[in-house]
Ligand binder design. Structure first.
Ligand SMILES: C[S@@+](CC[C@H](N)C(=O)[O-])C[C@H]1O[C@@H](n2cnc3c(N)ncnc32)[C@H](O)[C@@H]1O
Length: 242
């Protein structure tokens, strides 16, 4: 099995530049929405899964929440640590593959009062079983009534023919086969298979993992709202309650 592309420093560095350009400016709006939906008072604990360079973690911590940010990428976490320091903010950043989340939090006393997983951050392993396990693990780490907000690709759009030359969608398995372009200057031939879900599949996964009150909304970066999901939306937002 090839390693997760985010563990490659060149890939992570270039992706971070693109996230900063495209998504960093919209972070404040996203966090305002997240805070309203999680409905928590300052001092509550929030888990940021696939936190990247900490754009949500740091903003939430500045608003008084205790945030634990988890990511697989050393590069992203290094940058997250610098950014938190520059903003005189404290966040617990932990390097961990979400697929082995339970190894890091086997103490059942560790309960979070909310969780976020924003912008295709870790869910989407080939085969739905690993994603179900991940959602079950997250569910196990939450306190009763805690909410989880996930934003990820809207599989419906893939079935409608969203194609990019470095990506190939297999509609029989719902899997996007991705590879870096042949002329990519990085030091590794990175590739990844990513399972994308249509809304009804995602709802089933959340349900089996134990979440209730599951809602699926449309999702536009920098403009998080309670929008109805449209088939051509690039991303969807899933909100579930423990
Ligand atoms: C597109 S970035 C989004 C980062 C952040 N959530 C944001 O919105 O700025 C995806 C992040 O997910 C992380 N990630 C991907 N797969 C992961 C895994 N299996 N375990 C932990 N982190 C993962 C990557 O390292 C990367 O930082």
């Amino acid at each position: 099995m090839s390693r997760n592309p985010w563990e490659n420093e060149v890939f992570a560095t270039e992706s971070l530049e693109s996230i900063d350009r495209q998504f960093l400016p919209g972070t404040k709006q996203e966090v305002e929405f997240i805070e309203k939906e999680l409905d928590l008072s300052a001092g509550s604990s929030i888990l940021d899964l696939g936190c990247g360079a900490g754009r949500h973690s740091i903003e939430l911590a500045q608003h008084g929440f205790h945030v634990t940010g988890i990511d697989i990428s050393e590069k992203m976490l290094e940058e997250a640590g610098k950014r938190a320091f520059d903003r005189e903010t404290s966040v617990d950043f932990i390097r961990c593959d979400l697929l082995s989340l339970s190894n890091h939090f086997n103490d059942r006393d560790v309960l979070f009062e909310g969780a976020i997983c924003i912008c295709e951050s870790g869910l989407g392993s080939p085969g739905w079983e690993k994603d179900l396990k991940l959602l079950r693990n997250i569910h196990g780490l939450l306190s009763n009534n805690a909410k989880m907000i996930l934003t990820t690709y809207n599989g419906l759009r893939k079935y409608r023919g969203d194609r990019v030359n470095t990506k190939c969608f297999d509609f029989l398995t719902g899997t996007v086969h991705w590879k870096v372009p042949d002329d990519w200057h990085g030091n590794e031939k990175l590739c990844e298979d990513q399972r994308v879900y249509i809304p009804s599949e995602m709802k089933i996964l959340f349900e089996i993992a134990g979440f209730t009150e599951i809602e699926i909304l449309g999702c536009k970066p920098g403009d998080f709202k309670r929008n109805k999901l449209e088939p051509d939306d690039i991303e969807m937002m899933v909100i579930g309650t423990k």
